[in-house]
Write a protein of this length. Structure first.
Length: 288
């Protein structure tokens, strides 16, 4: 899809806390938009009136200023999530700019902040052409083959995304994987996916999340999937807690068997406890 940039987005760095689902992270809001057409994506669920091919981005001088101010104020090393309101690679030309500004501010104020890039992209060229591994954490958004084919229209195939992540891992980047949303009915495919990712990529972390839908996103899902979301989660409609525990249990075991840390996305503390997990999750820095 051809992109059309609109430089009218007001950037910000803001702390987001969702205690009910053990979710707390720093959001670097620099863009709104995505060129993929995932059925479960909340970005296209009525919040944004502009065309899906239109990407709203921040003016670079303003973006530079908020990064500088953040680094001056916050001394403890943080992970800035640059992929919550967009795919982080929706405008790859911004990645080098944000990373270089963060590096410069880190050096100026003796900080250790890093940029979290969450993406379904299979083109990591901007990160391979310039070594940004000291300030960038690459987070691969991945799904099993059939759910990806049916629900993630326009996104690269999972195999292509994985190959891109392997190239970055070999180049020295910290690579994480987020398998989300997990869809019931494909349990065996997810186990194969986890085993393949763990052995081939050796990521620093795998975070698992089950399908959840706000009232706005729920209407975009196929009827066959909506019928499965009979439970209520702190994040909206979803599978029952018992179904989620069953989904996670086998996958967590598969991840652990490869010695890879595992976490959950947007799940209550009780679910973490029952699975003997403690975090951190995908959007948080590693524990010291």
């Amino acid at each position: 899809m051809e992109r059309r940039f609109v430089s009218s987005y007001k950037p910000q760095i803001k702390r987001h806390n969702f205690p009910k689902v053990r979710c707390s992270f720093w959001l670097l809001a620099w863009s709104n938009g995505c060129l993929y057409d995932c059925a479960y994506c909340w970005l296209k669920a009525g919040y944004h009136p502009w065309p899906w091919s239109e990407v709203h981005v921040a003016d670079r001088p303003i973006l530079k200023n908020i990064i500088q101010k953040f680094c001056k104020k916050i001394s403890v090393s943080q992970l800035l999530n640059a992929g919550e309101l967009c795919d982080s690679f929706v405008a790859p030309e911004y990645i080098s700019f944000m990373a270089s500004q963060l590096r410069q501010a880190n050096n100026e104020y003796s900080r250790g902040h890093r940029l979290l890039l969450l993406t379904k992209s299979a083109d990591p060229g901007v990160l391979l052409n310039e070594d940004l591994s000291d300030v960038v954490v690459y987070s691969l958004s991945l799904n099993a083959e059939r759910p990806a084919r049916d629900l993630e229209k326009g996104a690269p195939p999972p195999g292509s995304r994985l190959s891109a992540a392997v190239a970055l891992r070999e180049a020295g980047y910290d690579v994480r994987v987020r398998v989300d949303p997990i869809i019931t009915g494909y349990e065996e495919e997810y186990k194969v996916l986890i085993q393949h990712v763990s052995s081939r990529l050796e990521p620093s972390l795998i975070t698992l999340g089950s399908l959840r839908a706000t009232p706005r996103t729920y209407r975009f899902l196929p009827e066959t999937i909506r019928a499965q979301l009979t439970g209520r989660t702190p994040w909206g409609r979803g599978y029952s807690q018992q179904t989620r525990l069953s989904l996670y249990d086998g996958l967590c075991e598969a991840v652990r068997s490869h010695g890879v840390p595992v976490a959950l996305c947007k799940e209550p503390a009780e679910v973490w406890r029952q699975l003997s997990l403690s975090g951190p999750c995908n959007c948080m820095p590693r524990k010291a």
